[in-house]
Design a protein around this ligand. Structure first.
Ligand code: ZN
Length: 352
């Protein structure tokens, strides 16, 4: 869902380290899918602080995804017998140790309220001006979700409202708590201080090579970066539902990861971004599966985002309103090749 952002990260990295492979603009080759079947390896990265998932629950997410991948893309997904469960702390401790300095500089320190919001606003202006949709249309899309109103219908004013909303929503995670009474994002006594919620570290995770095609986690990923971030990511407070990223150890050239927290949490801010909706366990797992199928579309076929066709799994959900999103899916109304975005190979997944 954040492919656009990954490209921006890499662009920023290329500027900082021009003599590396980054500058060569390589991308992952479109996978060859033998017999229309894939058999992904699945790893579940578990944070013991967050709502737990049983193996059975994870299987329901995978099955829901497999069903949609079959219907929408005609590819059979053979699910693994075993889901490899790993403690997230161990994986991220290693990641944090190996993180390059340029990557750390792209991370906004919202936990300590030390984000350069002027820089974020400037990046937002660039994003807004780059869009094909006229400004009025972009404002109309965002308006229902803004915590600060747009003063005037001009770019700077719109960017100010989006950045203020971003800031409010992100700050929420540093005060809202989990069942253990500690902040959803922040220091917890007796636990290592790791960048578990930081999008930049999630792209680094697979970039370093990780033995899975699918990664699931119960961790919330929400963060702010000094890179051009799309308006739709900004207004939901920097929450990343998942992404598809280069992975040299993946049989498919890339891996997908999906964060399951937004589906099972009843945190008031999450519920508000779902427009007040609350999900049963079965619904939550099915909607998480839909997000996984979306990412698998990027991974298996390199298809993009057909914004104007709500029948497509590949059209991103509005904020976190997954029920409304899934209800509109219709495989017959969104065939492969039915739009430029739905042509295999429409997007490139950068190799870096
Ligand atoms: Zn996407």
């Amino acid at each position: 869902m954040r492919l656009q952002t990954t490209a921006a990260v890499l662009l920023a990295a290329a500027v900082l380290v021009p003599d590396t492979a980054l500058a060569e603009k390589k991308s992952v080759a479109l996978p060859e899918i033998a017999n229309g079947t894939v058999a992904p390896r699945v790893v579940y990265l578990e944070n013991p602080r967050f709502p737990p998932f049983t193996t059975e629950g994870l299987r329901q997410v995978l099955s829901a995804a497999a069903g949609l991948v079959k219907d929408h893309f005609g590819i059979k997904v053979v699910l693994p017998k075993q889901i490899d469960v790993r403690p997230i702390d161990k994986v991220f401790a290693e990641l944090a140790r190996r993180a390059p300095r340029w990557l750390k500089r792209k991370v906004g320190d919202f936990r300590n309220d030390r984000v350069d919001w002027n820089a974020v606003r400037k990046n937002l202006i660039k994003q807004i001006e780059k869009q094909k949709d006229p400004l009025e249309k972009q404002i109309a899309f965002a308006r229902p979700y803004l915590s600060t109103p747009v003063q005037r219908a001009e770019v700077a004013s719109f960017a100010r409202a989006v950045a203020a909303t971003f800031r409010d929503r992100l700050a929420h995670w540093t005060t809202a708590t989990l069942a253990d009474g500690h902040p959803i994002i922040g220091r917890v006594p007796g636990r290592p201080d790791l960048p578990l919620n930081e999008y930049m570290y999630w792209i680094l995770l697979t970039r370093n090579g990780f033995p899975a095609e699918i990664i699931l986690t119960n961790q919330l990923v929400a963060s702010v970066e000094y890179i051009p971030t799309p308006v739709h990511t900004s207004i939901r407070g920097g929450i990343s539902g998942g992404a598809t990223e280069y992975n040299p150890d993946s049989k498919l050239g890339s891996s997908v990861w999906v964060s399951l927290f937004p589906y099972v949490s009843d945190d008031p801010q999450i519920v508000a971004l779902r427009r007040g909706d609350r999900y049963s366990r079965a619904q939550a797992l099915a909607y998480a599966g839909a997000m996984l199928a979306h990412e698998m579309g990027h991974q298996l076929l390199h298809v993009g985002h057909p914004w104007s066709n709500p029948a497509c799994v590949m059209r991103p959900a509005e904020v976190l309103d997954f029920a409304a999103w899934v209800k509109k899916f219709d495989a017959a109304g969104c065939r492969l090749g039915s739009s430029a975005a739905m042509k295999p190979g429409a997007i490139r997944i950068p190799v870096w």
